[in-house]
Design a protein around this ligand. Structure first.
Ligand SMILES: Cc1cc2nc3c(=O)[nH]c(=O)nc-3n(C[C@H](O)[C@H](O)[C@H](O)COP(=O)(O)OP(=O)(O)OC[C@H]3O[C@@H](n4cnc5c(N)ncnc54)[C@H](O)[C@@H]3O)c2cc1C
Ligand code: SF4
Ligand code: SF4
Length: 1006
């Protein structure tokens, strides 16, 4: 940390209840957002309350430091980036203060979807719906004046703003709403928070109101003549709808001001009733022009949304989901997804039918249409719009769909002409682009595919902006319809507004004479250019790393802090991994519909997000951070916030392989600094369990005994309150050898090699017996080689790669041979299946046997479900009269095989399955076992734990051993592996019937 930053951190730390971080790591995490820009701030403040914000503003003003408010950092125009202090409202200021009949009052950091979840209980909604509503914060929604697909019904945030609490550049706190411009220093509606008396607020606001009055009068003519004709506009300060006679809607003036006029700490917004009936139709078009013509008509039909998607989106959707392949005809060049809302279902169906009739039959514009028949269908259609825009980033190569001219809006009638001109421009510049838009209100999100690392492409960015914006202005449009000016458009604001533009500078001067509030946005600082401050995409570190053999020792001439990679990376792959993250912030979601990221979820802070990990990796590879950063404890703390659940790899729209990057980072640290004692033990849980099994009497007594558990916590770091499994006296591998299951069988029948792994071997040998019994019942030969090792997932997830690699080599040699002899490898532990299928090829690159093993390994329920699909699974089940709550483990999800365990359970007559969609269990392998993570693990798994505890079902069911442990924590309901239930239903192991009713004990799982 440099001296200035250190001083700021020390100065502010004593003044704030919240946090201040000015170290290199945090600076790196807050240097970028979802835009193409990167600017290192001096540091980050995370205020806990308005007093923290005031203290920060006063300090910044006194020290001439600029301030850059930030929510989730999902802005596409770089509007929250800057060189001063970033103020992150999303960490602590997340309180929903009050919900009344028609309004909601919330702190700036409240996430929009979380507000809407609360409002939904009262049949209300905050209408404007930016696509990232699951992460975007209310402070930003207002600061950006966000809007989305449903603009036709709800408009943008400015339509709903009622009042806001703002910290001005002077450090004063004011309540803004509608104010009388003529009043001089008289009390206003609202009171000053700090000083408590209305008069104080009036005194603070009086000069501001006077100044604004003068500006508004002076530019009255331009305010009306210099506006674009588009239905939406988010460029510049919006002055055309803030005055009503003497009344000035100050809260509305600050809506869309991008943090340049004041720091919003609270907002009061109007809410709307939830629509009663919603339905949609997908219209297919053979040309973009016809779709644009149709959009003009649709704008007059009272649609609630009308999104346009081009061929590129549709191809992606078709490729990844067979339903879309069946639905969208090959010849389709564009679609319009049209939504209607209505008071009755008949009315709704009528509207949808009229729409199709008008566009397809009467006007002959659409070549076909599909009307969603139910809610599921409707959601499936909306997935097209919500999901496939971000997935454009999955396309391989160095070009990316760049957000640079991504927010153009036009009068809807000009859409066809603009699209024609746009295609000409793109053709002349030899650039391809993707197109998505809210067509009925003229909003277009155009993303040219360009390479930020290619100077010609960088030049093209500026050229495209110049040329397309010239057409936009010619046709009466705006450069920004909903995303704001930020860094990408501020330099065009003057050209857009002409004689009105100086008014913006004067307004900025009134609110912020010292220019400390987010300067350079809306009002340009100097002759900035759209291509200034672009993200770094050159990777000097790759040049000094010998990627052909990553495990060689460093050459003498390289710096001592040089890092040796521990995994084998292809140079292409590493560049791809480093560049793939576009910063979209989708991984900051806490939505129950998604899984990522369990650690971010329970305590949302930037450093816990997958994006932070990607930014760290990018920082090191680009040289912004020194290579030795990964060897430092501070970095390790952030890296350890990844528990290797793989959910972000699966759900990240750009497919960034964060788990692999984090294994690399952990491994590099371990290779240099070694392991800490407790980490060492947890990485070798297999050894600990072997010991427990050998001394099972003593170990099982200790597991149950409070004093022994205290000792175990102190000495081994195993959380004292965590329920633990008992140890089996004889490991299953020993039992299998005694039963002669350790012999290869010849012949062509179905053959399974059972890969047992730690839990079933040492703790739950009954599970292993159940699998063998089920397989044999189905005539499948079972082989359990006794020389198999643990899968080594705990070693891998902690980056202890040498022993992990050694174990993988031993397992691969054994398993590959069996595969060659016709065996399929089957695991009862999803983590083991994931290790064999995904991690071993990563540990042993170029090893064909590792690939062979990977291709022939299945999780046990998946294997049985496949047997069923081939008609080979016996269905002679006796009814099992139980109700259960089934949880899908993250590692099963990561295998990308659906939910075979649930499918299998549903085959058994009498079993009632309730699927628990409550996210990650929070155990994350060994993570939740450790004293230091115990509480966090419970917090992360709270939704699941609550569902198990309060659910009306008798049992929990899951195939993951550590999820089972977590599901039994805090409840007496047992959680059972699906294979055991299948065995019971076959009548194979009647002694297991007791499991159905056996409550787990205080410190021990069933
Ligand atoms: C894939 C994708 C799709 C998107 N789709 C849409 C869309 O449909 N509609 C849309 O409007 N936007 C969209 N966006 C842009 C962005 O998500 C929204 O503008 C969102 O509202 C920004 O919220 P945030 O919390 O991430 O804000 P940030 O990016 O952190 O900040 C946005 C702006 O708000 C300011 N700000 C933040 N908090 C405060 C505060 N407390 N006081 C004062 N100023 C503050 C910041 O300084 C900055 O200028 C999209 C982005 C992505 C990546
Ligand atoms: S890791 Fe993925 S989801 Fe997260 S910000 Fe990067 S691209 Fe978006
Ligand atoms: S692998 Fe899991 S824990 Fe790690 S960053 Fe991704 S979602 Fe978070």
């Amino acid at each position: 940390m440099d001296v200035e930053r250190q001083r700021i951190e020390e100065d502010l730390r004593g003044q704030l209840a919240g946090e201040v971080r000015c170290d290199d790591l945090f600076v790196q995490l807050y240097s970028s957002d979802a835009s193409i820009y990167e600017i290192a701030p001096l540091g980050v403040v995370r205020p806990r309350n308005v007093e923290d914000v005031v203290a920060t503003v006063r300090y910044a003003a006194a020290n001439n430091i600029t301030l850059h408010p930030r929510g989730s950092g999902s802005g596409l125009a770089g509007e929250s980036l800057g060189r001063g202090l970033v103020i992150d409202f999303s960490r602590y200021m997340r309180r929903i203060i009050e919900i009344s009949e028609c309004t909601a009052r919330v702190q700036a950091g409240v996430v929009l979807d979380q507000l809407n979840a609360k409002l939904a209980c009262q049949g209300r909604v905050f209408g404007p719906d930016p696509a990232m509503s699951h992460v975007t914060t209310m402070g930003s929604v207002v600061a950006i004046d966000a809007a989305g697909s449903h603009w036709p019904v709800y408009g943008s945030a400015r339509k709903h703003i009622r009042a806001m609490e703002v910290v001005l550049a002077s450090g004063e706190v004011v309540q803004l709403s509608v104010h009388d411009m003529q009043q001089d220093d008289a009390p206003q509606n609202g009171v000053s928070r700090n000083e408590g008396a209305p008069d104080d607020q009036a005194m603070v606001l009086a000069p501001i109101l006077r100044g604004l009055n003068t500006v508004l009068q002076h530019y009255a003519n331009e305010i009306h003549t210099c506006q674009p004709r588009s239905l939406v506009n988010r460029s510049g300060y919006r002055l055309d709808d803030v005055c009503d006679g003497n009344q000035l809607h100050l809260a509305r003036l600050l809506t869309g001001s991008e943090g340049t006029l004041g720091l919003i700490t609270e907002v009061t917004v109007a809410t709307s009733p939830l629509p009663q009936h919603v339905g949609s139709t997908l219209l297919f078009f053979e040309s973009l022009d016809k779709a644009a013509q149709a959009a003009i008509v649709l704008g007059t039909l009272g649609v609630s949304a009308c999104d346009m998607m081009d061929r590129r989106h549709l191809s992606l959707a078709r490729e990844s989901n067979p339903r879309y392949e069946l639905l969208i005809p090959q010849a389709t060049e564009a679609v319009l997804l049209v939504e209607h809302q209505a008071d009755s279902i008949d009315h709704l169906l009528d509207r949808l039918a009229t729409t199709v009739e008008e566009i397809q039959n009467k006007r002959k514009l659409a070549s076909g249409a599909y009307i969603a028949s139910d809610r599921y269908d409707h959601d499936m259609l909306w997935q097209l719009a919500r999901h496939y825009v971000p997935t454009l980033y999955r396309l391989k190569g160095y070009t990316r769909p760049i957000p640079i001219v991504e927010d153009i809006a036009l009068p809807p009638t000009e859409l066809p002409e603009f699209l024609h001109r746009m295609q000409q421009t793109l053709k002349q510049e030899q650039v391809t682009a993707s197109l998505f838009g809210h067509a009925s209100h003229g909003q277009l999100h155009i993303r040219p595919f360009l390479d930020l690392g290619n100077q010609d492409d960088v030049q093209k960015m500026a050229t495209l902006a110049d040329r397309l914006y010239a057409d936009v202005w010619d046709l009466g449009g705006t450069i920004s319809g909903e995303h704001g000016d930020g860094l990408s458009r501020t330099s065009y604001v003057e050209a857009q507004y002409g004689p009105l533009a100086p008014a913006f500078g004067e307004i900025k001067e009134i609110f912020d004479p010292e220019l400390i509030l987010n300067p350079g946005k809306i009002v340009a600082e100097s002759d900035g250019c759209v291509t200034d401050n672009l993200r770094q995409v050159t990777y000097p570190l790759l040049k000094i790393l010998d990627l052909t053999d990553s495990r060689t020792s460093p050459a003498d001439d390289l710096p001592s802090t040089r890092v040796d990679l521990q995994l084998d990376w292809q140079p292409e792959e590493m560049v791809q991994a480093a560049r793939a993250c576009n910063g979209c912030a989708a991984c900051r979601t806490q939505s129950e519909e998604t899984r990522m990221c369990p650690i971010f979820r329970y305590a949302p802070r930037e450093e816990a997000s997958p994006r932070a990990k990607a930014n760290l990796a990018r920082g090191v590879l680009t040289g912004t951070l020194p290579p030795g950063t990964v060897l430092e404890d501070a970095c390790k703390e952030i890296v350890d916030l990844c528990v290797h659940c793989h959910m972000c790899r699966l759900e990240c729209p750009a497919n960034v392989d964060i788990p692999k990057l984090m294994v690399e980072a952990k491994a590099t640290y371990v290779a240099t600094n070694g392991e800490r004692l407790h980490d060492w033990l947890f990485a070798r849980i297999d050894m600990l369990c072997r010991f427990g099994s050998r001394f099972s009497r003593l170990a099982n007594w200790a597991v149950r005994n409070r004093a022994a558990r205290w000792l175990m916590e102190k000495s081994l770091g195993i959380a004292q309150g965590r329920k633990l499994p008992r140890f089996s006296r004889r490991p299953f591998l020993q039992q299998a050898a005694e039963r002669r299951l350790n012999r290869l069988e010849r012949g062509l029948t179905d053959k399974v090699l059972y890969f047992v792994d730690t839990y079933a071997n040492y703790c739950d040998t009954q599970l292993a017996q159940a699998l063998v019994a089920v397989l044999k019942h189905n005539g499948i030969k079972v082989y359990v080689p006794d020389s198999q090792k643990q899968a080594a997932m705990p070693l891998i997830s902690q980056g202890v790669l040498e022993p992990a690699r050694h174990t993988a080599e031993q397992n691969v040699a054994l398993l590959a041979e069996a595969v060659r002899q016709g065996y399929t490898i089957v695991c009862t532990e999803p983590a083991a299946a994931l290790a064999l299928t995904h991690e071993y090829p990563m540990l042993l690159p170029g090893d064909h046997d590792a690939l062979l093993v990977s291709e022939n390994t299945l999780e046990a329920c998946h294997y049985l479900w496949r047997c069923h699909q081939r008609g080979k699974l016996r269905l002679d089940f006796s009814p099992l009269s139980v109700s259960l709550g089934y949880h899908t483990p993250c590692h099963t999800k990561a295998l990308e095989v659906g939910t075979p365990a649930e499918n299998l359970l549903r085959l058994v007559p009498g079993i009632q399955v309730e699927k628990l969609e409550k996210g990650c269990s929070g155990m994350a392998g060994m993570y939740g076992m450790q004293r230091k993570n115990y509480r966090n693990s419970l917090r992360a798994g709270l939704p699941l734990l609550t569902a198990v505890r309060t659910g009306g079902f008798q049992l929990g069911a899951t195939e993951c051993s550590t999820c089972k442990i977590q599901m039994e924590q805090g409840t007496s309901k047992p959680t059972i592996h699906p294979i055991k239930l299948v065995a019971l239903a076959y009548g194979l192991m009647p002694e297991m019937r007791g499991l159905l009713n056996s409550p787990n004990e205080e410190l021990v799982v069933t």
